[in-house]
Design a protein around this ligand. Structure first.
Ligand SMILES: NC(=O)C1=CN([C@@H]2O[C@H](COP(=O)(O)OP(=O)(O)OC[C@H]3O[C@@H](n4cnc5c(N)ncnc54)[C@H](OP(=O)(O)O)[C@@H]3O)[C@@H](O)[C@H]2O)C=CC1
Ligand SMILES: C[C@H]1O[C@H](OP(=O)(O)OP(=O)(O)OC[C@H]2O[C@@H](n3cnc4c(=O)[nH]c(N)nc43)[C@H](O)[C@@H]2O)[C@@H](O)[C@@H](O)C1=O
Length: 321
């Protein structure tokens, strides 16, 4: 399918620009020479409010949209607040997708997540395993909302002929992440905990679960590159996985974080916390075939993220929303 390159002078809206993904996408678009970038905080435009979204799109009429706004959290947040994860995300994505189609947005990228796939999908997980099995219960509400977004993109393509696409990133990390002790994902959660233990001289650090689940980690700068690459090289309704193509056990990740932070105490595993899905390594042959590959290795990316976190800690600006 031939697609015109993105018009760097056309109005481009990054929804969720203050988040981990949105911040990286905005920085990448600026570096790529996009000159008409539009953003709005959730206080300025609450994307759950359909009227506010319609008014925003009527006013701004973006030609391109990256939808990186969502209610996002780790396994404990998802398991604790499933109704909020479902309701917020269904409303955010429905409002943005409908308003984009109604006001002539030409290109849109919707961000889902690797958790949309069945708990026991064959590994590595191919895009066509979607809806072939039961979901992981700790995040099924969030996953169904995201699956609904994928289907809404496909429905808008069929009914209105729009060039909207969906991408399914694996677990992400990097500058701009959420370090909330309870609500964050594993990597920021462990960075925060190991750094505090190092500074306080604690003899042990608790890691949630058994440590046996495996996870794949993609640096958010790689993801930002992938988002623009897909917008310029892909135009189909099928979701596209974005990942690095390798994973590791949580126990190994925890030891890597401890070594990177310089913590030398003991790891203790709290098995009262959920493990979640045993593995969710993504098959990335589709996006590799489109000419994109991850470039930032986990050791390199983790070291840079720890350095960035320490700067935030010193400045008192650690995000823990
Ligand atoms: N982090 C990860 O590991 C992964 C993330 N993803 C997906 O990437 C996308 C971005 O995630 P991530 O960057 O990590 O999330 P963050 O929590 O870092 O950022 C989410 C952003 O969404 C905005 N937002 C949330 N609710 C609203 C609302 N009601 N109205 C307007 N804006 C809102 C927030 O804006 P504000 O700051 O102004 O409140 C925030 O900037 C999501 O779709 C997520 O599903 C997919 C796979 C993995
Ligand atoms: C991206 C993806 O992220 C979520 O899925 P997840 O990958 O299971 O999420 P997680 O990063 O929070 O946990 C990964 C593993 O790590 C273990 N673990 C150890 N210690 C900590 C810890 O301190 N914090 C957290 N959060 N987990 C820990 C934890 O027990 C689990 O086994 C989805 O809800 C959904 O949001 C989604 O799409």
């Amino acid at each position: 399918m031939s697609i015109a390159p993105l018009d760097r002078s056309a109005r481009t809206y990054v929804a969720g620009h203050r988040g981990l993904v949105g911040g990286a996408v905005l920085a990448h678009l600026q570096a790529e020479g996009f000159t008409d970038l539009v953003t709005a905080t959730s206080a300025e435009v609450d994307l759950r409010d359909r009227g506010a979204v319609e008014a925003f799109f009527d006013r701004e009429r973006p030609a391109t949209v990256v939808l990186a706004a969502a209610k996002v959290g780790g396994i404990l947040a998802n398991a604790t607040y499933p109704a909020d994860f479902f309701s917020d995300n269904i409303r955010i994505q429905t409002n943005v997708l409908d308003a984009a189609a109604a006001t002539g947005t030409e290109r849109l990228l919707f961000l889902g997540s690797s958790c949309i796939y069945p708990k026991f999908a064959e590994q590595p997980i191919r895009e066509d395993s979607l809806l072939t099995g039961l979901l992981e219960p700790t995040n099924d509400a969030y996953a169904i909302a995201k699956i609904a977004g994928v289907l809404q993109v496909q429905a808008l393509r069929r009914q209105h002929g729009v060039h909207y696409i969906s991408a399914m990133p694996t677990n992400l990390y990097g500058p701009g992440d959420n370090f909330n002790p309870e609500g964050s994902h594993v990597l920021p959660g462990l960075i925060r905990r190991f750094e505090a233990a190092r500074l306080d001289g604690d003899p042990t650090v608790t890691v949630w679960g058994t440590g046996t689940p495996r996870r794949e980690f993609l640096h958010v700068s790689d993801l930002a590159r992938a988002c623009v690459h897909l917008l310029e090289n892909y135009d189909d309704g099928a979701p596209v996985n974005i990942g690095v193509g390798e994973d590791l056990p949580i126990a190994e990740l925890a030891q890597l974080v401890a070594d990177t932070v310089g913590y030398t105490g003991e790891l203790v595993f709290d098995t009262t916390k959920p493990d979640g899905t045993p593995r969710k390594l993504l098959d990335v042959s589709t996006i590799h075939g489109l000419g994109w590959r991850a470039e930032i290795g986990l050791r390199e990316g983790l070291a840079a993220t720890v350095a960035w976190y320490r700067e935030q800690l010193a400045a008192g600006t650690v995000r823990a929303s």
